[in-house]
Design a protein around this ligand. Sequence first.
Ligand SMILES: [Zn+2]
Ligand SMILES: [Zn+2]
Ligand SMILES: [Zn+2]
Ligand SMILES: [Zn+2]
Length: 521
Amino acid sequence: MSVATELSPEIEEKRLEELNGVDAICPVRIARSPELGRFLVAFRDIFEGEVILKDTPLVVGPQAESAPVCLGCHRPVGLNEPHVCSNCGCALLCGPQCEKLPAHVNECDALRNALPNSAPLLLKDDGNWQCILPMRCFLNQPKGLFQLEAQMDARIESGAWEECERNVVKVLQKYELLKNIPEQAIQRVCAILDVNSFEVRGPPDETGRSESLRGVYPNAALMAHSCFANTHLSIGDNYTLIVKAAAKIAAGEAVFFNYTDTLISTAGRRERLRHGKYFSCECTRCTDPTELGTHLSSLRCSDQQCPGSVVCTNPLEPVAAKWKCDRCKKTIDGTVVRTGLVGVQKELLEVDQTDVLAMEELLAKLSRSLHQNHAAMLELKQALSGMYREQIMDEGPVVPTKLLTRKLEICQSLLPVIERLEPPLSRLRGITLYEIASPMVALAKQKKVSKVSSATWAVDVRNQYAKCEELLRESAKILLHEPPSAPEAHLAKVALMELKGVRQEIADLNKKCAKISKKKK
Ligand SMILES: [Zn+2]
Ligand SMILES: [Zn+2]
Ligand SMILES: [Zn+2]
Ligand SMILES: [Zn+2]
């Protein structure tokens, strides 16, 4: 993370706690630079895993495309027999116990007073969800929310304006909600929500399922974006956002959060950021044709004899620029590449996501034209990894070696990319390490059963277990940073249990090795 050391930011002599009274030992300050605007910078070395800041949300609510959630507690609600609030006759809730929860109280009265007859219809149409969070902003008037950055000019160009008009403004007008608020003000609040909100995981229902929500965190929103981030975010009690350093951040370096997903190619990430956050990312990763050596956007050379990778000569203009093979220097027009990638996207959409063979075939087919780490390849590999995980679980105690080996192979091919693009303390890295360790343990067990009591055999199996031990330890270390209710925290416990078993196996095998070598003497 050497990016920020060159920034020499002008540090405002304001510490975060003075702004919000949060944390007396907050290790960051607010800085300003022409490239990043206002951002957070470390004023002393921050160690991996150290809490940088904790932030309470100004407002929390459902995402625009959310499945139905209880408007009181935000747990998923089934649409079969939902409880409809007895006061407003409109909101879907888990049950009467959620009618008086603080999240719903203000909007409950507003909904009741709006249009009593048509109110029950309000939450039936999918698009209507999008109006809940903006409505909450006006009803609850959270302190400081209306002063946050809105990027209105960029928004008008992005198409988000029309979407908001259709799904928020028109819906509110139809049900005569927020009657005295001008359209411009509603657009502005939607812009503030888009620019500043973080995706947060809602509380789980009894089956462990949860919906993702949106929350506005004024201090965390000061973090600059980079597609190569150095922070780890998690949600604690009462939607408190906990930001930790996911790698060591030296004094003077900026604190970066990644608003997109790591395993998307440069064009895809930049498009999402332009559409959702209204800015064009020009971070170290976006401006590097090889995406920091991972080749997430690269193609294979069309000359099948050439082992080269075809990269974009100007990744910020992928259609206008030439693409060039890094070995034979042959070039292709960006427009041709675009047409090819549109075809790839179509195939990804059309493939039967429940058919392992079809997915494997598509992966093999795409590997002839795309780099093995291309985002489309990674998407297929991630999906296959999940499918194999389920197949392995369905197999019971005796899993075919071939299945375990393929699962292992796929996850092992994902890890180097993740480790290059994500910081050490990364949730995705923690999960992937576990996904590698799990089939590896099963394979070691199989090897152990097929025993040929030779010293090389025992050493061999022990070494395999030792590798598993290392992976499980690292996985648990990362995932234990998650709040106790998170599924990853559960995975951490599973990893720790497996770790115990693995250590026992290693101890047994060490004894065996000693015995065998004694016999030999
Ligand atoms: Zn509820
Ligand atoms: Zn209600
Ligand atoms: Zn970027
Ligand atoms: Zn070539």
